[in-house]
Structure formats: C-alpha cells, structure tokens
Design a protein around this ligand. Structure first.
Ligand code: ATP
Ligand code: MG
Length: 445
C-alpha cells in the first residue's frame, strides 16, 4: 500500500476523551472513530488488525477441530424466554421491537440460538462430540462504556459452544479450548494467563478467564509469579488426545492464579512469599463448562446407546476479539506509539522515502516495494512529499515492527537502513539484505 493512496487519518492532537494509552493511540493512529458511546467505526488500519486477530482465532479453532458458522446479531426474544434469561439479563440487553411489535434483541451472547439449532438437527449420540463457533458482533448496553474498544457496547466476540454426551467429553472440549486459546494469544504476541474465575449464577468450578497483565486492567488478580514463566511455544498437540489436553490444563492451571472474584487469602498464603504477586489484568477470554443447564431448559437431548433421551453436556467459550486490540497495545507500546507484534501487524514493513521526488530514491523505494510484495508481504510505503521527521513520527505511531529508510546519501553507498520498532536499533545494509532479513522473520510467524 502506498500511503498517498491510503486512508490513514492520523490525529495530531491528543484526544481528550481517551483515558488510557491504547484508546489514545487507536484514535491518534486513525484506527477507529467513535460512532456513538461504546460503538466504533473501524477505519482501514484498525480493520486490518481486527481481521488479523480474527484470522488467528479462526485458524486455531479449526486446528482444534471446532466448526465455524455464523449466527445473526438480532435474535427473537422467544428463545430467551424459554431459557429464562430474557428477564434475568437485565438492562445490559438491548431490546428492540420490529414493525409487527415482536420482541427482538441484539444478542449479547448466543447460547439460546445455538441450543435451538442443535435441538432442531441433532438427535443421536452418534453425532457427538460437536463444537460450533462463530465470530460475530455482540451488544451489551454497558453502564459505563469506556477505554475505547476495551469496554464497548458493540464488540466482536468469538463464541464457541460444545455439545457432548458425557461430562468427561465436555471437559475434554473445555481443555481443547484452553489449549487453543493459549496458542491464539501467543500468536498475537500476548501472554494471557488462565485464572480460575467465578462461575456467576451458573456456578461450578469449571471456568477460567484469560488475563493479560496490564496496569490499566479492570480486574484485580493474584498469582504465583511462576505462571508468568509458562509458554506454550510451537509445540505440536494432538487435540484428540484427552491426556495431552489435560496435561496442558494441569501445566497452566496448577499454580495459584485467580481473579479477585475467586481469590482466597488462605490458599494464596501457601504460595512462597517471594512469588506472591498482585496486579491488574485485562480479561481477553473465558471458557466455561456448565453441564446441562441450557440443554435441560431447552430440551436439547440426544438418544444414547441405550435408546434413552439424555440432555447434552455443554460449555461456552469466548474470546474478546475487538478488546484484544486494546490489550495488545496496552502490552506493546512506548511513548512514541504502538509496537505491533509481528503476528498481528497491519503491514509487515514500512518504507520511508527520505527524498520523495529524487529519481534514485524513488526508484529504490519502488524496487523494494515490488520485491517485498512479490514475497507475499505487505509493505506500507510512505511516498508522501513530507519531511522526514513527520514520516518517522507516523511510522512510530502506527507501530509497524520494521521500517526501511531510503535516502540519497545511503544509496550512494548502496545501503538502506533497517530499523526495529521495538528496540530502536538501526542497521545499514544493501536493500536485498534488508528484504531477506524481514522475509526471514515473517517466515517464522
Ligand atoms: P467483563 O467481565 O469484562 O464484562 P464478561 O465476563 O462479561 O466480561 P464474557 O461473557 O466472558 O465477558 O465474554 C467473552 C469475552 O468478551 C470477554 O472475555 C471479553 O474479552 C470480551 N468482552 C466482554 N464484554 C466486552 C465489552 N463490553 N467490550 C469488549 N469486549 C468485551
Ligand atoms: Mg468473562
């Protein structure tokens, strides 16, 4: 993409309404624009990152054997009356009536709709196990929408639902979700720690929230510092193996890590004092096993091998896709702007032409642009007639991990400059060497 032809409405001034750094940078970098309280338009740069995150989530769900689909945003109130949640959900639910006076709602989540689909089409235990998911906009009329996309009213969520014959099978699905979530967050350059969470009105021990540690997090968390040493890395896992998935669960959840809702001072005291930590965290996902609550309320049953009708065991599992942009920025920035992890960066490399209009510099940039594009990578070429300082400031703000700077002086010596956004380290090298280095880095992502 050439910047002169792109739409990147960067703000010069500090947006006064933004209280935290991710919100501030998302506005300044022209990623989002507020349309109404807690509701945002996703401008091209923000939309690109959103899609990258969404794509990682899709790939990891499919890898785990889960099946993508799409349910609508608007739902009929009838199903929610059946489950009993229409009245329970309270003011967070946006209620709408259509022209015929029928009660509708903008879905805050999809347990009812998916359970209805399941009961309409699945009758036998032979069709289980089944895990369906979608990535769709949700609406929750939050009392205090704030922090930009972190607590929006309209937000993008991946929500998945497993249907299993037995509790054991459903717990295997729970563990598969835990593994696939760990992998997803790591690919986004994030460490998200599974913490024992509160089951809320549904109750039960089987729920974990995934938290990214950040000062601006809304949740207070308590943990054994050893949990921050754990990484999933690039190990292969057999998602069909109950033992393998259970092993990961034990590895990642056996140490103390809880949100304030489940925090237990007595248990925490057993953690060696020098490893006790309390901090703030951003909830970027939650997994849940809730047994037969919805299947019983809504008649989602199958016949088992003895021809008996039994309610299925279910769980639901969510990732806050749009919130993740905020979380990633909170965890990856400096005072100049965002520092995107390579896995989610909107463009792979920036090209800065120090002297637009100089034949040699223009030609060198053009050649870099073509070669990088031919490798399947996306460069963002700042080809505007702007001064160098302005171009650097924009690149730093929008946070591309790598920048190639091209100027007549370097070209005389046959070199360009390759700069790492995170470390700030610049190296001079031949254009081909810069391309090779950048390509090598992305080949590992
Ligand atoms: P919270 O406690 O932050 O209100 P929740 O526990 O109600 O979230 P879930 O129902 O577990 O949320 O939804 C799954 C994920 O969706 C959450 O882990 C979070 O990342 C994201 N999410 C929830 N509410 C919002 C919101 N208002 N804006 C953006 N993302 C959200
Ligand atoms: Mg939650």
């Amino acid at each position: 993409m050439r910047l002169s032809r792109y739409f990147l409405p960067v703000l010069k001034e500090e947006p006064a309404e933004a209280k935290i750094v991710s919100h501030r940078y998302m506005l300044r970098a022209g990623m989002i624009k507020q349309a109404a309280a807690g509701i945002y338009s996703w401008l091209p740069l923000g939309f690109k990152v959103l899609k990258k995150i969404e794509n990682i989530v899709h790939e990891e769900q499919v890898r785990a054997g889960h099946i993508p689909m799409l349910m609508p945003t608007l739902q009929s109130a009838d199903l929610w009356r059946e489950s009993g949640r229409y009245d329970d959900y309270g003011q967070e639910m946006l209620r709408i009536s259509d022209r015929h006076g029928r009660d509708m709602l903008y879905g805050p989540t999809n347990e009812e709709l998916i359970t209805d689909i399941f009961r309409s089409h699945v009758n036998s235990y032979k069709d289980l196990p089944l895990t369906l998911y979608h990535i769709q906009w949700k609406f929750r009329d939050e009392v205090r929408p704030r922090f930009g996309v972190m607590r929006g009213r309209e937000f993008l969520m991946k929500d998945g639902y497993n249907f299993d014959l037995t509790k054991e099978d459903a717990l295997h699905a729970y563990n598969r979700h835990l593994v696939s979530y760990l992998r997803s967050y790591e690919r986004m350059g994030l460490q998200a720690i599974p913490m024992r969470a509160d089951g809320g009105p549904i109750g039960g021990d089987y729920t974990h929230e995934f938290l990214v540690l950040a000062e601006t997090g809304e949740s207070e968390v308590f943990y054994d510092s050893e949990v921050t040493d754990l990484t999933f890395g690039d190990r292969e896992i057999d998602y069909d193996s109950v033992e393998a998935c259970q092993g990961v669960l034990e590895e990642f959840t056996s140490r103390y890590a809880r949100t304030d809702e489940t925090h237990d001072e007595a248990l925490f005291a057993d953690v060696p004092a020098d490893r006790q930590r309390s901090a703030r965290g951003i909830e970027v996902g939650q997994i849940f096993y809730f047994g037969t609550k919805y299947s019983e309320a809504m008649g989602a049953t199958v016949v088992d091998s003895n021809q008996k009708q039994v309610p299925v065991h279910m769980g639901s599992h969510g990732i806050g896709v749009s919130r993740l942009l905020g979380a990633i920025i909170e965890a990856n920035h400096d005072d100049k702007g965002i520092i995107w992890p390579e896995g989610v960066t909107p463009f792979h490399v920036g090209i800065v032409n120090l002297k637009q209009g100089d034949d040699e510099a223009d030609a060198a940039c053009e050649a870099l642009y073509q070669s990088i594009t031919a490798l399947g990578l996306e460069p963002l070429y700042d080809d505007r007639k702007e001064r160098a300082g302005g171009k650097f400031a924009t690149m730093d703000l929008i946070g591309l991990p790598w920048r190639i700077t091209v100027g007549p002086r370097g070209l005389k010596n046959g070199v360009v400059e390759l700069t790492n956004r995170r470390t700030g380290v610049s190296e001079e090298m031949a254009p081909e060497a810069a391309i090779e280095k950048v390509a090598g880095i992305y080949a590992k992502i």
